[in-house]
Design a protein around this ligand. Structure first.
Ligand SMILES: Cc1ncc(COP(=O)(O)O)c(C=O)c1O
Length: 441
């Protein structure tokens, strides 16, 4: 299926036609960085409608965990669709119960848990917001600057990664206080780790003393590694200290694993890298290899809301659940191990590029969640956004699909199944594009 790269007609006539029609018929609120019009995909490759082949370092946005169209996932979808495609969530079906049991066993913590199913990341976060308020009877929430939790009105109130996502939509859900994340490369307090003694976590404690009564706080919402905000890995004690803080005041710790979960970082859930057990975990994106599915998993003693308190029409759709079970089997069967191995490989390769490229300010990540922060120079760390955007365009024209995050960051989040040869091909394009973009400045 790996046909030769062909880009003599870029963007091809068919792609041009679709892009023009899209501009007329589809909401302009989507960000569309490249005129890529998908025809089909296989593994870590995607072909456009004009026959051009691309290496996909995005996997959707960390969604097609098993690669495009993994035959086992396709088979599971086809078999379930032939049996039944939908049944009201007022009734039972085995495939959903089986998936809930599996997720409960994978989410960190030995305690009993329960699952609420939905269709997306934002819905999983909405469910967590509602459950946290319902269970604690408290109105307030803490979230992090740079965090992304979705775009519906509740989750959007927690989101703080780009102003454009909020501009014009106020008033949002009240009761959210944002605090700096553990972003050591650009510390909000201009301190150095570890001498800082995690001033970012201590700041929450000072808020509790001065303006935010902790007994009114239902939950702390965090991403174990910030995704849309810039693929930011916090310092080693960050999550441990957050857990301690939450315990001190009986606040729930909500771990948003929508982007980081399901094996992407080399563990089922990224929070496992720090040995911390959250009270609620939100899951979506990679869980069903691209089929729309979300889940909110909570301690059984927390998920006590009564029948009718929360629900939906499509959540836990049987075809999506079948895709998720097939996905989990593949992740268990070697893809998580591959994510850890290939993640380290790609991280090392990206770090090795630092010697030749002074515009690489920071390379960070875990597993196949790698961020490369580009700067004008390493001393002043001025974000190199124009360079980053130019690099993206150049890489695209050479056959590599990349997406940005934050202001000046490139992220690698390929399928968990990526192999060395494909990673090398993509990394070579990345470096070539970076060299050219640096020269063009
Ligand atoms: C950490 C996190 N939470 C929530 C969401 C929202 O997910 P969705 O786009 O499926 O609503 C995202 C999406 O990027 C995310 O990265």
């Amino acid at each position: 299926m790996k046909s030769a790269v062909r880009r003599s007609r870029f963007p091809g006539p068919k792609a041009k036609g679709y892009v023009a029609r899209d501009a007329e018929a589809i909401s302009p609120s989507y960000t569309r960085p490249h005129p890529f019009v998908m025809d089909h995909g296989q593994g870590s490759f995607a072909w456009d409608v004009d026959g051009n082949r691309y290496i996909d370092f995005n996997a959707g946005i960390a969604v097609t965990a098993t690669g495009h169209c993994h035959p086992e996932v396709v088979k599971a979808i086809q078999e379930q669709a032939a049996k039944f495609i939908h049944m009201s969530t007022d009734f039972y079906y085995g495939v959903q119960i089986e998936l809930a049991e599996k997720l409960v066993s994978l989410v960190p913590g030995e305690h009993p848990k329960r699952v609420f199913f939905c269709n997306s990341g934002t819905e999983a976060v909405e469910a967590a917001i509602k459950l946290a308020r319902y269970y604690t009877g408290r109105p307030q929430m803490i979230a992090f600057l740079g965090g992304f939790h979705g775009r519906t009105m509740g989750s959007l109130a927690l989101t703080a990664s780009k102003a454009v996502q909020k501009r014009g939509f106020a008033p949002l859900m009240p009761g959210v206080t944002h605090v700096p994340y553990g972003y050591c490369y650009r510390c909000a307090y201009n301190l150095e780790y570890p001498a800082c003694d995690l001033a970012c976590v201590e700041f929450i404690e000072s808020l509790f003393q001065k303006s935010l009564p902790p007994e009114e706080v239902a939950a702390i919402f965090m991403e174990p590694i910030q995704g849309e905000g810039g693929y930011i890995v916090p310092p080693p004690e960050f999550h441990v200290r957050l857990r301690e803080l939450a315990d001190r005041y009986d606040i729930l710790l909500v771990d948003d694993e929508v982007q980081t979960g399901m094996g992407r970082t080399g563990k089922w859930f990224a929070i496992e890298h720090w040995g911390v057990v959250p009270d609620i975990v939100t899951i979506a994106k990679g869980v069903a290899s691209g089929m729309p599915l979300g889940a909110m998993v909570a301690r059984k003693e927390v998920m006590t809301w009564p029948p009718g308190a929360h629900g939906n029409t499509f959540g836990g759709n049987p075809v999506c659940c079948a895709a998720a079970l097939a996905t989990i089997k593949l992740i268990e069967g070697g893809l998580m191990e591959n994510a850890a191995k290939m993640g380290q490989y790609m991280l090392d390769r990206a770090r090795a590029m630092e010697a030749e490229h002074s515009t690489i300010g920071d390379v960070r990540g875990k597993g196949l969640m790698i961020g490369i922060e580009l700067v004008e120079d390493r001393e002043n760390k001025e974000p190199a956004q124009a360079l980053r955007d130019d690099l993206l365009q150049r890489a695209f024209k050479k056959g590599l699909l990349l997406l940005p995050c934050g202001l000046n960051i490139i992220r690698f989040m390929p399928a968990l199944s990526i192999d060395v040869q494909t990673a090398e091909e993509g990394l070579a394009i990345f470096e070539e594009a970076l060299t050219e973009a640096e020269k063009a400045r």
